[in-house]
Design a protein around this ligand. Structure first.
Ligand code: C2E
Ligand code: CA
Ligand code: CA
Length: 789
């Protein structure tokens, strides 16, 4: 609490120490300062009072020299003059020293004791000499005693205890001597002395109280000055803040060292300059520059306080930002003296703020607007639409094969690919709308200009073309493509959430239909998507629940009709839906990543089944493109062979050309590794993809499987016959075997035999069968073989 709050009447100097009545106890620090004030007050008067004592003693000796008391008064004078001279010398020495800031209790006690000794010596004077003194000397004694009482009480006034002791001792001595005289005149004189002593005591106490109050106020002031001083020091040495002051004309009167350092000029050079020159140096080419200077000028002109005006300034050719705060200063008479304030270089904060603001709206990798901005843009478009604005389109874009690039080439390559491809759609969109990265390989487009089915299709097509190329990343060609789903407002919805959902559904459809295309939303898509989601949830538990199983379809040698191999085909025995066909869940397994554990299980299970068959019968396992490119495929094959003990020559992996589309080099390396392990590779569904005969020459296949569609037309289409014929011829040249798939009729089989096809597979020979079914089928064929032999 502030000491100034203590009422003056409560502060009393008593017994050389300070007691506060009714107030809180003073700290020793304050008490010591008050004592010093009292002590210094006494010290100031001590030489005079000692001189007075010596002089008065001499006067007394002179006035009684002729009387009988001559010897006693001389002895008394010696007792007074020697210590008085000693105290005089000591007080003169002490006065020459700097003033004490504090005084101990002991110093106070010594002073009070001195006062008591001198008081007692002077009290002896009327007792010893008054009665016997001649009349003239009586007057001198009375005057000296009254004078000493008055002068002593005055000299010791700052220390009331000493003053009261001194005065009261003389009063006591004088009063007793006067009363002993037995004369009413002297009794009256004693009474007057008593009143005199009381009033001197009273004034000494008042004087000391005032002194104590002053000391307390001074202490409080010093303390505040210390606090302010240290705060200012901290402020001035702080890294960013500076102080400034102007005069009434707006010229700098004070510039702190920090301001001088920031300005690059010594503080003395800044004095006298206009506030504009010092507080907002330079005029950066920023919109805020003029505005903040005008704001500042207005405040200075109108003499109003301002806070945190953040102005761009130029320092050493660079733009910095200074936050300025100031208020007008008025003199005691109300005259305007100028402005005083502080400032801070907030450049770093501002740059960080700008970064944070940017981060909130931009995607840090591609520098495209982010999901938040996209959402904002959509909100605005829907609002405009509600107010009668034009229709707009929402597109969801998803890069094809991006996941496999990320998985196989690593995230840095994935990121580099994203950065590279993210630039392209923007060029297609131009002023028609905006594109944002929504996360991962997902992008969103809002087309707000010229929206129509044709124009939007055209834009989607352009973006498709721009993105469906090979991109060179770190010296590797990475194939990309994009699938796009489109919803148009208001036809497909007028709310942001609905439009996004519909565009997403259309994207799903575009992907399901083979990537690299675009689809507009159609009402039926919603139900289908729900169905897919339900299926996805079920598929996650299919493997752990043992709902997956393999069926096997034999491939026979057309030379001797023996079973050469069986193809493992996956089935899902759904507890509610019944048997689900692979075409209905394998794409879903690929999209969700479930194909990896499921595929591993298929390889192991197929190898396990085949290990129970005769040695000459192989097993063919289908590998989807996603599975083929997933990390660890080679290891999975290796593990399956080791665990089941199946010879690698008996395992045939069926892949389609799609595995070669993304990253041909890597695909070839995997194929070669597998072949080095002695695993056979078959090219499945030949004729459905990009197949060209010349292409076959370069690729490491052991077998080509001619797609069912060619076999179906064999009996009726000459063209199919020609292709199959050419293919079989080429395969023969290359030393690659050929299997015809989907043989359903004897006619087809006859054609194949005539063309020189080696193997056939199809319902005509056998439908896919369960593990026990195929084991029985194999056993029968063995029996037939033996009986034929
Ligand atoms: P795919 O590799 O071409 O397999 C042959 C498909 O043709 C099988 O259909 C089979 O049942 C069917 N098929 C065989 N002979 C005939 C015939 O004479 N006429 C007709 N109309 N169809 C015949 P499924 O089992 O439905 O398999 C469809 C596709 O699912 C397979 O085509 C394969 O690409 C994929 N698939 C099956 N199992 C797996 C698997 O374990 N892993 C992976 N990744 N894909 C699998
Ligand atoms: Ca197959
Ligand atoms: Ca096939």
């Amino acid at each position: 609490m502030s000491f100034a709050a203590i009422p003056s009447c409560c502060v009393r100097a008593v017994s050389g120490d300070l007691t506060v009545f009714g107030g809180p106890a003073l700290t020793e620090e304050v008490a010591a300062r008050i004592r010093a004030e009292q002590f210094n007050g006494v010290l100031r008067n001590t030489p005079w009072i000692m001189l007075a004592m010596i002089f008065n003693a001499a006067v007394l000796v002179a006035s009684l020299w002729q009387s009988d008391s001559r010897n006693i008064v001389t002895a008394w004078a010696v007792f007074v003059i020697i210590p008085a001279a000693f105290v005089l010398a000591k007080s003169l020495r002490a006065k020459a020293q700097p003033k004490r800031p504090t005084a101990s209790r002991r110093a106070m006690r010594v002073t009070a004791t001195n006062a008591a000794v001198f008081g007692a010596l002077w009290a002896l004077v009327p007792i010893l000499f008054l009665q016997s003194a001649p009349d003239q000397a009586k007057l001198i004694i009375a005057t000296l005693c009254a004078g000493m009482m008055c002068a002593g009480a005055f000299a010791l006034g700052s220390m009331p205890v000493a003053a009261i002791i001194f005065a009261d001792l003389i009063l006591g001595g004088s009063a007793s001597a006067l009363l002993r005289m037995g004369d009413p005149f002297y009794a009256l004189f004693a009474a007057l002395l008593f009143i005199f002593a009381c009033s001197t005591a009273r004034s000494a106490i008042d004087h000391a109280t005032l002194l104590a109050e002053r000391a307390i106020a001074q202490f409080e002031g010093d303390r505040q000055r210390d606090v302010i001083g240290s705060l200012l020091l901290e402020f001035e040495t702080n890294a960013t803040d500076f102080l400034w002051e102007t005069d009434a004309a707006g010229r700098i009167k004070h510039a702190s060292a920090r301001l001088a350092a920031l300005s690059g000029h010594p503080a003395s050079e800044l004095h006298g300059r206009s506030y504009q020159e010092v507080l907002v140096p330079g005029m950066p080419e920023l919109a805020e520059a003029a505005a903040t200077r005008a704001e500042l000028a207005l405040h200075l002109a109108e003499r109003t306080a301002f806070r945190n005006i953040v102005a761009p300034v130029t320092l050493g050719g660079c733009v910095h930002w200074w936050a300025l705060t100031g208020k007008p200063v008025h003199g005691a008479d109300g005259t305007f003296l100028g402005f005083r304030g502080f400032g801070a270089d907030v450049t770093e904060v501002r740059v960080a703020d700008a970064k944070i603001r940017r981060m909130a709206l931009y995607d840090s990798l591609t520098d495209l607007p982010n999901r938040a901005w996209f959402g904002n843009e959509l909100e605005q478009a829907t609002r405009r639409l509600a107010e009668g604005g034009a229709p707009f389109a929402v597109m969801c874009l998803d890069l094809d094969h991006f996941k496999s690039v990320n998985d196989t080439q690593g995230h840095p390559t994935g990121d580099a690919l994203l950065v590279e491809v993210a630039r392209r759609p923007s060029a297609c969109i131009g002023e028609a709308g905006m594109i944002a990265r929504l996360g991962g390989d997902e992008f969103g487009v809002v087309q707000t200009q010229g929206v129509s089915l044709e124009a939007t299709s055209e834009l989607a097509k352009r973006m498709n073309e721009a993105l469906s190329t090979e991109t060179l990343i770190d010296g590797v060609n990475v194939a990309t493509g994009v699938s796009i789903g489109i919803a148009i407002a208001p036809t497909d919805g007028a709310e942001v959430a609905v439009l996004l959902k519909h565009a997403d559904l259309a994207l799903y459809r575009a992907k399901a239909e083979g990537r690299g295309g675009f689809r507009f939303f159609e009402p039926g898509m919603d139900a289908k998507a729900k169905e897919r989601r339900a299926l996805e949830i079920d598929l996650r538990s299919a493997l752990p629940n043992g709902e997956l199983m393999l069926v096997y379809q034999p491939l026979i040698d057309l030379g001797d009709d023996e079973i050469k191999c069986c193809e493992a085909l996956l089935r899902w025995n759904h507890p509610v839906r019944g048997l689900v066909q692979p075409m209905d869940f394998i794409p879903l397994a690929e999209e969700t990543g479930l194909i990896q554990p499921i595929g591993e299980w298929v390889i192991r299970e197929a190898c396990r089944a085949a290990s129970g068959w005769p040695e000459h019968i192989g097993i063919a396992v289908n590998l989807s493109a996603v599975q083929f490119h997933s990390p660890g495929i080679v290891a999975a094959v290796q593990r399956a062979l080791e665990e089941t003990g199946l010879k690698p020559e008996r395992l045939e992996l069926e892949v389609t050309e799609t595995v070669l589309i993304a990253e041909m080099d890597r695909a070839l390396a995997i194929l070669n590794t597998l072949r080095q392990m002695k695993v056979r590779i078959a090219l499945d569904d030949f004729g459905t993809g990009y197949s060209s005969l010349s292409y076959l020459r370069k690729l490491p296949f052991d077998k080509i499987k001619i797609d069912r569609s060619f076999v179906r037309d064999l009996a009726t289409h000459a063209e199919s016959q020609a292709i199959v014929g050419a293919l079989i011829g080429l395969a023969g040249d290359l030393g690659v075997s050929v299997t015809a798939e989907g043989v359903e009729t004897q006619d087809q089989l006859a054609h194949l035999r005539a063309s020189g096809c080696e193997e056939a597979q199809g319902f005509l020979i056998s439908k896919p069968q369960s593990a026990t079914g195929i084991a029985a089928f194999i056993a029968q064929s063995l029996v037939r073989r033996r009986s034929a032999a």
